[in-house]
Design a protein around this ligand. Structure first.
Ligand SMILES: [Zn+2]
Ligand SMILES: [Zn+2]
Length: 360
C-alpha cells in the first residue's frame, strides 16, 4: 500500500487541514509517529491562529506542502513520554512553538539559537528527518522531541498564553538581544496587531517607555489606556513625526504590509536600532543617509531559541503577560481566517482544540 498521511505512521490523528490553495480547512485524518525515546506526546488543548497560518494554507509564500495542518502556538497536556525524557512527565502542561527540530550541532544550535539553524525544522508543512511532512497544532494530538517542548508555567493561562509561543518570543527576543530591555529605554512598536500588542506588554514589563506607532489615530485609546503604552504616534502625520525625531533607542517593526523605512529611521537616536519582525514581501527602499548619519542599525529577528522561549514564558508568567484573545471552536476556523485577513480580531484567535476537536 502506498504511503499516505493516514498510514505513514502508526498513531492515528485527526486535525483540520487544507488540501489546496483555496486554504479551506476541514477535518483531516493523518497519523503521527510512535513516541520515541526522546519524544513527548501530548493532547492539544489550545492552538493560536498566527498570520503565518493564513499565508501558509493559501501557499502565499510558495513553500506550502499540501495537505497542510497549520498551527505553531500549541499548548497541551502530556499523555506519554519516551524512556529518555527528563524535562516533563505525564500530566504536565507543555507548549510547542514554531520549531520541532534542528541539527543540534551547528554554531547556532550550540549557542541556543536553534531558530537560526540552517537545518531547522518548522512545526508544520516542513520535511521531517524521517522524510514525512510535519503537521501542526490544529490537531487533537502532537508528538515532538523534548528539546523542542517547553514547560508551561503554573500560573500562565493555557488559552491566552498560547500565542506567546510565536508572538511572544518573536518580540521578546529582539527586545533582549538589542538591549531594549532596560528600564527607561525608549522603545517604539510599529503596528498594533497580534505581534505588536504583545510587544507593548513585553517592553512595558521590562520598564521601557513605550510608544506605539500606527498609521491612524484609531488605536490611540486602545494602545495607551488598555495596553499601557506611554504614548502614541501616527506615522502619517508629519507634525507628530517631527515632534518625535531622534527620540527612540529602538523600534520593533511588526508590520508585514509595505511601508516606508525612512520615517522610522528618523525617529531613532544616534546608535538607534530598527528591528524588523514583520515580513513585507516587496523589497524595501532604504537610503544610506539616514543610516549613516547617526550610526543606526537596521536589523531583523525571527522567533527565538528554545532556552529563550522557556525564559520568555517564565517572564510572561511572572509579569502576568498574555495575549488578548478570542477563543473559538475549531469549526469556526475558516471564518476566523476571513476575519484575520481583514484584521478583524483583537488580537489573536485561539482554537479551543481540547473541547471542540473530536473524532466523529
Ligand atoms: Zn506564528
Ligand atoms: Zn543547527
Amino acid at each position: 500500500m502506498a504511503k499516505s498521511p493516514e498510514n505513514e505512521h502508526p498513531v492515528k490523528a485527526l486535525g483540520w487541514g487544507a488540501t489546496d490553495t483555496s486554504g479551506h480547512l476541514s477535518p483531516f485524518k493523518f497519523s503521527r509517529r510512535a513516541t520515541g525515546d526522546n519524544d513527548v506526546r501530548f493532547k492539544v488543548l489550545y492552538c493560536g491562529v498566527c498570520h503565518s497560518d493564513l499565508h501558509m494554507i493559501k501557499n502565499e509564500w510558495g513553500v506550502t506542502k499540501y495537505p497542510i495542518v497549520p498551527g505553531h502556538e500549541i499548548v497541551g497536556v502530556v499523555t506519554e513520554v519516551g524512556s529518555k525524557v527528563k524535562k516533563v512527565k505525564v500530566g504536565d502542561n507543555v507548549g510547542v512553538g514554531c520549531l520541532v527540530g534542528s541539527c543540534r550541532s551547528c554554531e547556532s544550535c550550540n549557542g541556543d539559537m536553534e531558530n537560526y539553524c540552517p537545518k531547522l525544522i518548522q512545526t508544520y508543512s516542513f520535511p521531517y528527518v524521517d522524510g514525512s511532512i510535519t503537521y501542526g497544532g490544529y490537531s487533537e494530538s502532537m508528538v515532538a522531541d523534548e528539546h523542542f517542548v517547553v514547560r508551561w508555567p503554573e500560573n500562565l493561562p493555557l488559552d491566552s498564553g498560547a500565542p506567546l509561543l510565536c508572538a511572544g518570543i518573536t518580540t521578546y527576543s529582539p527586545l533582549r538581544h538589542f538591549g531594549l530591555d532596560k528600564p527607561g529605554t525608549k522603545v517604539g512598536i510599529v503596528g498594533l496587531g497580534g505581534l505588536g500588542h504583545v510587544a507593548v506588554k513585553m517592553a512595558k514589563a521590562f520598564g521601557a517607555h513605550v510608544t506605539v506607532i500606527s498609521t491612524s489615530e484609531g488605536k490611540r485609546k486602545e494602545a495607551t489606556e488598555k495596553l499601557g503604552a506611554d504614548s502614541f504616534l501616527v506615522s502619517r502625520d508629519p507634525e507628530q513625526l517631527k515632534g518625535a525625531l531622534g527620540s527612540m533607542d529602538g523600534i520593533i517593526d511588526t508590520v508585514s504590509a509595505d511601508h516606508p523605512m525612512v520615517p522610522l529611521l528618523g525617529l531613532l537616536k544616534a546608535d538607534g536600532k530598527l528591528i524588523l519582525v514583520g515580513l513585507p514581501i516587496k523589497p524595501m527602499e532604504v537610503p544610506a543617509f539616514p543610516l549613516v548619519m547617526g550610526r543606526k542599525t537596521l536589523a531583523g529577528s525571527a522567533i527565538g531559541g528554545l532556552k529563550e522561549t522557556q525564559e520568555m514564558l517564565d517572564f510572561a508568567a511572572k509579569h502576568n503577560i498574555t495575549a488578548d484573545v478570542e477563543v473559538i471552536p475549531v469549526d469556526y476556523v475558516n471564518t476566523a481566517m476571513e476575519r484575520l485577513m481583514k484584521s478583524d480580531v483583537r488580537y489573536r484567535f485561539v482554537i479551543d482544540v481540547g473541547n471542540t476537536l473530536k473524532a466523529e
